[in-house]
Design a protein around this ligand. Structure first.
Ligand SMILES: O=C(O)C(=O)[C@@H](O)CO
Ligand SMILES: [Mg+2]
Length: 262
């Protein structure tokens, strides 16, 4: 059955970041993911992982200047050098943290820009990142994100991502299927998980609408977890949601699945 990891950028958010590792372990998680922790020395992160017997499942490439509106650099013209530096920085962390998946955010499209040009640059940069990551035994993931939560984001649909992955056909590139975003952009989750299953290396979950606990809203998560199991999914499911109350209060949905991972 599926293994669940805690997304520390979303869960336990009432605690300082470094305390979220222990909180995740205490709640029964054996893996963690987060958007990024580049302001923390890697040795400190490694210590938190080891002390709490946690696997580092995933984190993101440095996304540029988040406060200034950057949501990744991969499609941004003029930022190629910064993108390349970000690949090496992330791979350094990945090596130390023994993490074999990195999410590469595409970046936003500004008004008046040509999406085709940006997509070309995005693909070139993905190939660069995948070549470097492949040498380190790391897979670069791409994740479609809905354009309501992230206006202007270049990569919105699972289908766009599938075309890109087919075209680039690189062994170190794969799909991060975030069920929350996919439900908002197209729905029909069960068929699309099955259709794109060969490309999926990581799954994330949240309830729709609201991005709260997965059992709140229109999705039947138990059905989807069993489906992933039937499809042969042996990866992690990232709990990337905004708890409605405290994280611990909202974890009732997880208890039937804890200890069932195969
Ligand atoms: O927002 C999401 O969904 C993610 O998975 C993040 O990595 C990007 O913000
Ligand atoms: Mg996600």
């Amino acid at each position: 059955m599926p293994r669940f990891c805690a997304n520390l950028s979303f869960l336990f958010a009432d605690l300082p970041f470094e305390k979220r590792f222990a909180a995740a372990a205490a709640a029964g998680f054996s893996g963690v993911e987060y958007i990024g922790a580049y302001d923390m020395p890697m040795a400190d992160i490694k210590r938190h992982l080891d002390e709490n017997e946690l696997k580092q499942v995933l984190f993101n490439l440095p996304p540029g200047d988040w406060e200034a509106g950057d949501r990744g650099l991969a499609c941004r013209p003029g930022r190629e050098e910064e993108f390349r530096d970000s690949v090496f920085r992330a791979l350094d962390y990945a090596t130390t943290l023994e993490c074999d998946m990195i999410h590469c955010m595409a970046g936003n499209m500004a008004k008046g820009e040509d999406p085709g040009e940006l997509a070309r640059l995005y693909c070139d940069n993905l190939l660069y990142a995948a070549d470097e990551a492949g040498k380190a035994g790391v897979t670069i993931l791409i994740e479609p994100i809905n354009g309501v939560d992230m206006p202007g984001y270049l990569l919105n649909s699972v289908e766009q991502a599938a075309v890109i992955l087919d075209q680039l056909d690189h062994p170190a590139l794969a799909l991060q299927f975030d069920i929350y975003h996919a439900q908002l952009v197209g729905g029909d989750i069960a068929s699309r998980l099955a259709r794109h299953f060969d490309k999926i290396r990581h799954v994330q979950i949240a309830g729709v609408p609201g991005r709260h606990e997965p059992d709140r809203g229109e999705l039947n998560c138990s059905f989807l977890f069993y489906l992933l199991d039937r499809l042969g999914y042996d990866g992690w499911i990232g709990c990337e949601y905004k708890p409605q109350g405290t994280t611990e209060e909202g974890l009732g949905w997880l208890s039937p699945w804890q200890g069932t991972a195969s």
